[in-house]
Design a protein around this ligand. Structure first.
Ligand SMILES: NC(=O)c1ccc[n+]([C@@H]2O[C@H](COP(=O)([O-])OP(=O)(O)OC[C@H]3O[C@@H](n4cnc5c(N)ncnc54)[C@H](OP(=O)(O)O)[C@@H]3O)[C@@H](O)[C@H]2O)c1
Length: 96
């Protein structure tokens, strides 16, 4: 949302409404569910894989598939003191 509203953002012109709105819904649900489960051992986080050479990402994407998996694997391995309700890519927090 933050980057799509910023004309200086590199993704500003990638307006694919159904895809982008569904991703915003997933992000919003991440925040809501993380709060609901805040007193449990379950962590709820959203991960951006990067622009990856998959069927969807296309051959021109800069990241290899093995690197595109890294953020998801890292977040799958967080411990009890890990983040809850975050949005990350390669260890960095992203704006919603
Ligand atoms: N690639 C990128 O640069 C990039 C960037 C940001 C976020 N993402 C996100 O990462 C996730 C994976 O994307 P990807 O790049 O790996 O895409 P992908 O290579 O196109 O793979 C999409 C996968 O989703 C499955 N799928 C599609 N529609 C389905 C349905 N109705 N029911 C069940 N499975 C379905 C496909 O199954 P079949 O093979 O059987 O059709 C395929 O395994 C997506 O949520 C995407 O939005 C990707």
């Amino acid at each position: 949302m933050t980057l799509h509203a910023d004309p200086k953002s590199p993704i500003y012109n990638y307006k694919v409404a159904a895809y982008n709105v569904s991703k915003s819904a997933v992000n919003a649900y991440t925040v809501q569910l993380a709060w609901e489960l805040r007193d449990s051992t379950i962590k709820v986080n959203a991960v951006h894989p990067g622009h990856v050479k998959t069927d969807m990402g296309g051959a021109a994407a800069p990241m290899e598939i093995v690197d595109g998996a890294k953020s998801s694997v890292a977040m799958a391995l967080i411990g009890g003191d890990g983040p809850n309700g975050s949005y990350t890519h390669m260890g960095k927090t992203l704006p919603w």
